[in-house]
Write a protein that binds this ligand. Structure first.
Ligand code: C5P
Length: 222
């Protein structure tokens, strides 16, 4: 069997990472959470008082930053300059600044370079916003996951509560809608379905069903 490259894109909180992890585990592929890389940079910028709107400042910071994605028992761990930041990169402070930090051409070029290196040997499941369009344009499998804002907010709300995190449903709806708007309207590599991506509306599907649909696409291909 060929080692495929699998691109999973879509708006915020569409279940991309959960599904990508399941697929990667099923196939013993590498899983790359590209959103975690942008989050890690944003976290470091906030900590070092680098303005997320300052492209040069942010790029300088990124060039001296090591971001490592390491598989762990409970999913992927994210290490920033050797420190585990897996949880702190999910806070609302980071979430509300990450779209601004991700809009810059220089920052994206460097991130894409790193992501392509991680995927260079195939056997990779990568999730993000621009994987099918820019990072892995030749991926054999491209999926674009969508769901209504209400559905995505509800899911994230339940997930937060189950983890014991504070959560407000109305805030989540606003945050998700705003992030989608910023990510879709930016000039460089906006959130967009690749022409050859298969769109799956997950609104009335559970995670298992979505993963099953994607596994079917992969079997057809292999
Ligand atoms: O996937 P996640 O929601 O963690 O991504 C966080 C943010 O990182 C997105 O809202 C977007 O601004 C940025 N991002 C991006 N390109 C990617 C992945 C994430 O611009 N490939």
């Amino acid at each position: 069997e060929n080692k495929l490259s699998i691109a999973i894109d879509g708006p915020a909180a569409a279940g991309k990472s959960t599904v990508a992890k399941i697929i990667a585990e099923n196939l013993s592929y590498i899983y790359v959470d590209t959103g975690a890389m942008y989050r890690a940079l944003t976290y470091k910028a906030l900590k070092n008082d680098v303005d997320v709107n300052d492209e040069n400042g942010l790029l300088d910071l990124l060039l001296s930053t090591d971001i490592a994605l390491i598989p762990g028992d409970k999913g992927q761990l994210v290490f920033l300059d050797g420190h585990d930041v897996s949880e702190v990169i999910r806070t609302s402070q980071v979430t509300s600044s990450v779209s601004a930090a991700s809009k810059h051409r220089g920052v994206r070029e460097e991130m894409v370079r790193r992501q392509q290196k991680l995927g260079e040997n195939g056997g990779v499941v990568m999730d993000g916003r621009d994987i099918g369009t820019y990072v892995l344009p030749n991926a054999e499998i491209k999926v674009f996951l969508i769901a209504s804002v209400d559905e995505r907010a509800e899911r994230r709300h339940k997930e937060n509560l189950s983890k014991g995190f504070p959560s407000d449903l109305e805030n989540l709806k606003e945050e998700i809608a705003l992030r989608d708007k910023l990510d879709s309207e930016r000039e460089i590599a906006p959130l967009q379905k690749a022409d050859d991506a298969i769109e799956i509306d997950t609104t009335s599907l559970n995670i298992k069903q979505v993963a099953g649909e994607i596994m079917k696409l992969i079997k057809e291909r292999n």
